[in-house]
Write a protein that binds this ligand. Structure first.
Ligand code: KIV
Length: 263
């Protein structure tokens, strides 16, 4: 695969080639993801749920994220490592700069943050100083208490319009990548076609440029079964084979199917 950079993802979008992102939190899984050919690894704050046993991502701290980012980057992946800025670690541009510095120095090549228009100034400042940003819209898990649960977003025309406007604004502010989580497929496809930057979907249908799943979900280890989750271990002999099955299914367009989508 060779070392993946943001330019690799730009080229893949331009060529219509689907790319893959999988969460990892340690060196072993980082190597497995990279060897399976996933272009990007997300050190997600989902670690608060799948590793630490919390019922949301809210308790995760910047030192947790820096620790796991160091572990993942030691897996020597060719994949691009993206690390999540956790809850309340980017409330101002200055705080975001300090938090992002910790993750970049821990080995991330890009940081991800949840939110739209209100983050524009922060995104421009980070990008100006050499920190690439991935934005995250739709069901942003750090806002679970505002949403009243892990609920699909963007179903009303008003919500859909607002997510599209946020996406355009964060691109204009300099974001290089966007995650869309749990929104109707037609909205995600529309946003992906309108933006120049690559878009990664989770529960957002087949029309995005890439797909991401949480490692524990795709390995069938989690008890919750969101509509978009598929257990890729079925019929596989090893974890490596399960991860590779997900990578192959995204690249061939076999995943996600209609049954994984929201309308
Ligand atoms: O934390 C995470 O794993 C994420 C993905 C669900 C996109 O943000």
């Amino acid at each position: 695969m060779g070392k993946v950079t943001i330019s690799t993802l730009d080229k893949m979008k331009a060529n219509g080639d689907k790319f893959v992102c999988i969460t990892a939190y340690d060196a072993t899984f980082s190597r497995i993801v990279s060897e399976a050919g996933a272009e990007t690894i997300l050190v997600g704050d989902s670690l608060g749920m799948v590793l630490q046993g919390h019922d949301s991502t809210i308790p995760v701290t910047i030192s947790d994220m820096a620790y796991h980012t160091r572990c993942v980057s030691r897996g020597s992946p060719e994949s691009l490592v993206i690390a999540d800025l956790p809850f309340m670690s980017y409330t101002t541009a200055e705080q975001a700069m300090d938090s992002a510095t910790q993750l970049m120095q821990a080995g991330a090549a890009m940081v991800k943050m949840e939110g739209g228009t209100w983050l524009s100034d922060t995104i421009s400042k980070l990008v100006e100083r050499g920190i690439p940003v991935c934005a995250h819209l739709g069901l942003t898990p750090q806002s679970v208490n505002t949403f009243g649960g892990f609920k699909v977003q963007g179903r009303t025309p008003k919500e859909a319009k607002s997510i599209l406007a946020d996406a355009v604004e964060i691109q204009d502010a300099g974001a290089r990548l966007l995650v869309l989580e749990c929104i109707p497929s037609h909205l995600a496809a529309d946003i992906s076609s309108k933006l120049d930057i690559p878009v990664i979907g989770i529960g957002a249908g087949p029309g995005t440029d890439g797909q991401v799943l949480v490692m524990h979900d795709l390995l069938g280890l989690t008890s919750h079964t969101a509509r978009f989750v598929q257990n890729f271990m079925v019929g596989q002999a090893s974890v490596q084979d399960g991860v590779k099955a997900f990578v192959d299914a995204v690249k061939s367009g076999e995943y996600p199917r209609e049954e994984h989508c929201y309308n």
